[in-house]
Design a protein around this ligand. Structure first.
Ligand code: PRX
Length: 663
């Protein structure tokens, strides 16, 4: 474990604050302490009971088939329809008038309340439209949309007809979209003319046009369905492009939903791994819906009259599990907001909380730290007393941010659930239960009932309390990924090969003296910037694709607001250096922009340093650990394994010479 990890461990063990569940919440909690015992006595029976929360066309014959690990099958033989579970059944139960989504557009007063009955009609119409466009069960549909009601409707319409959606975050570039569309062979792309961001319309459709042009004759895309959001001018290709309103509005609201096999693929979500090529995480229907519905109900203690708000973008897994499938399967009322927290003012989120009386609020530590920086006086202007449970996700939450969140947003009473999970796990895995757990700021505490997580050493031995190691999962769980799209071998190699029978999550963690888990962050070449996963290798390849770059190394350096920030060290081709052998600021900006263009703005390096050499071992492996020391302004650690021990002096000289650039 690296020096800074050990330092973090030492700091964390000084944390002694505890926050007990509020008595009233504990009293009426959906899940009480007995759930842990029940689940460990019979895990499969526990998950079968959770699956009963859903409506099944045909009940399963077998809860779990784990005869061919790591390929799991859950609720084998069962059939269900995810869209029916998320929408129709609530209408059938008499809750058609309940608001499913309070949609809040970024421009003031641009709102839309959508009831479950309306959502049912819209999803049915969209399902009919997709069928008319030639989309069939098993086909892939790429969804590249901002936070619009149509985004949710499109996802559910795909699920309804058994088409597999792959939502690509709207902040990703046309290149990233093109590679995902190719990888999963998407027949249709659903997009919009644009969306509102920080008070102005921003465009989206041009990126789709670019992606399709790039794919050229190999493009699998037969239709592009375009939602009109901003009304801005768009290029139009009559052979390909269809307006959403032309295709959907005139459709019938009747749509007979087929019951799909429990293991029928629901979606593919691409996420960064340790190589340049994103991985298509495959989730299927019955287990995924069981896992997300159960955890959304238990971890947030969801009640009928709650108003829930998850601020995550639908383009990430949190948006899939805890904005779309979990909450809607539970028939919740939720808020969905199109814009950024500072548009048109820095109190916008709290204004929305006040306006809709939000009771459960789920966001990321990076947002919490940003609000801390903006100052307590901003949330203090709003009535936040409706909030009763707070959630955190995406990266470790530092104790200061946790305590601020609890006191300033949660009125010193709302428990904070720090939820650890991943795109791969599909559902929350380690988290406090708000009516049971005495929370410790900074700790995700214990695996949820039905989940078996552990921290192990290099030899897969469970570490004793008080020690650190690698976070693993010992038993399959319902919402687990089933494979990587089109790459079973990579699925096995990435997650299951380090220790036989264990799922390796890629995170380091510590068990404290009580056995509670503190997740410390990635131990592989994956960065976590504002709760978003980025691969060092992917950014390195983007940099090297620039004609002036010879070699690049990227590290995630600690950052006060974003958790980690992208720092790049770049060696230029000789032809690209000027007379003095240094590059100017313009080139640095060009390189930063190049990465944003290749991958998306979230990957734009905070800092690019032009260096003459990179530190390498004798076998040629870049020693990122040393670069991280430089990026984090620390004394450089052990250099004895470097092929050339003077390299770090050259790099450190550069650090002070102004060849870096920050926003
Ligand atoms: O490193 C962990 C971190 O985010 C990674 C998963 O990223 P992604 O698949 O993009 O999913 C993010 C939303 C679930 C994990 O491997 N992570 C996520 N939640 C936490 C966390 N680290 C610490 N504490 C958390 N609560």
């Amino acid at each position: 474990m690296s020096e800074n990890k050990s330092e973090a461990l030492a700091n964390l063990s000084n944390e002694t604050r505890r926050f007990d569940p509020p008595a009233e919440l504990a009293e009426s909690a959906n899940v009480k302490a007995d759930a842990y015992d029940r689940a460990s006595e019979d895990r499969e029976a526990f998950w079968a009971e959770a699956a009963e929360r859903l409506d099944w066309g045909r009940k399963w014959d077998q809860v779990l088939d784990w005869s061919n690990p790591p390929f799991a099958k859950w609720f084998v033989g069962g059939t269900l329809n995810a869209a029916v579970n998320c929408v129709d059944r609530h209408v059938d139960a008499g809750n058609g008038d309940k608001v499913a989504i309070h949609w809040v557009g970024e421009p003031a007063d641009d709102t839309r309340d959508i009831t479950y009955a309306e959502l049912k009609d819209e999803v049915s119409k969209a399902a009919n439209a997709l069928t008319e466009l030639g989309v069939e069960k098993g086909d892939r549909v790429a969804i590249y949309l901002p936070m619009l009601p149509e985004t949710v409707i499109a996802m559910l319409a795909c699920a309804r007809i058994g088409a597999i959606h792959t939502v690509v975050f709207g902040g990703f570039s046309s290149d990233a979209l093109a590679s995902r569309v190719t990888d999963c062979d998407a027949k249709v792309i659903i997009t919009s003319d644009g969306g509102y961001r920080r008070g102005a319309p921003s465009s989206l459709k041009p990126a789709v046009d670019e992606a399709i042009e790039k794919l050229g004759e190999d493009s699998p895309v037969q239709k592009v369905l375009v939602v009109r959001r901003t009304g801005q001018d768009v290029e139009w290709n009559d052979d390909l492009d269809v307006w959403w309103h032309d295709a959907v509005d005139g459709q019938s609201t009747e749509h007979e939903a087929e019951m799909h096999d429990s293991e029928h693929p629901l979606y593919v979500m691409y996420t960064s791994g340790t190589t340049g090529k994103p991985k298509g995480i495959l989730h299927t229907t019955g287990g995924y819906l069981t896992g997300t519905a159960y955890t959304h109900w238990s971890v947030f203690d969801l009640k009928d009259d709650d108003v829930y708000w998850c601020t995550a973008d639908v383009g990430w897994v949190t948006g899939h599990s805890y904005l779309v499938y979990g909450p809607l399967a539970n028939g919740a009322t939720q808020v969905m907001y199109e814009g950024t927290p500072d548009a048109p003012h820095k109190g916008r989120w709290w204004e929305i909380v006040q306006q809709y009386g939000v009771t459960i609020f789920y966001t990321a530590p990076t947002a919490i730290r940003t609000f801390m920086k903006w100052g307590d006086e901003i949330p203090a202007e709003y009535d936040l007393t409706s909030i009763r449970v707070l959630g955190s996700v995406g990266e470790p939450i530092n104790p200061e941010a946790y305590v601020w969140y609890r006191s300033t947003i949660g009125g010193d009473k709302a428990p904070v659930v720090d939820t650890w999970w991943q795109t791969e796990t599909g559902q929350i895995m380690i988290s406090p239960l708000p009516g049971v757990t005495s929370g410790k700021p900074g700790s995700a505490m214990k695996p949820l009932p039905g989940i078996v997580a552990d921290v192990v050493d290099d030899d897969a031995n469970s570490v004793p309390d008080g020690s650190g190691g690698y976070l693993v999962l010992r038993e399959p769980w319902p919402a687990m990924l089933r494979t990587l799209w089109g790459d079973d071998q990579r699925f096995k190699d990435t997650y299951w090969s380090r220790w036989p029978g264990l799922y390796f999550a890629g995170d380091g963690a510590k068990k404290d003296d009580d056995g509670d888990i503190w997740v410390l962050g990635r131990v592989d070449d994956v960065m976590n910037v504002s709760g978003h996963r980025l691969s060092t290798t992917e950014i390195e390849s983007a940099l090297v694709s620039h004609p002036k770059v010879a070699e690049a190394a990227v590290v995630g350096a600690a950052d006060e607001t974003t958790g980690q920030a992208v720092c790049a060290f770049v060696i230029l081709k000789e032809s690209a250096t000027d007379d003095e052998g240094t590059a100017d600021d313009e080139l640095i900006q060009e390189l930063r922009q190049h990465v944003a263009k290749q991958i998306g703005a979230i990957a734009r390096p905070r800092q690019v340093m032009i260096v003459p050499e990179l530190p390498k071992t004798r076998s040629g492996k870049i020693m990122r650990r040393l670069l991280k020391d430089v990026a984090e302004h620390r004394d450089v650690g052990d250099v004895t394994t470097l092929a050339d021990s003077t390299v770090m002096d050259l790099i450190k000289d550069k650090e002070g010479s102004g060849s870096s650039s920050e926003d």
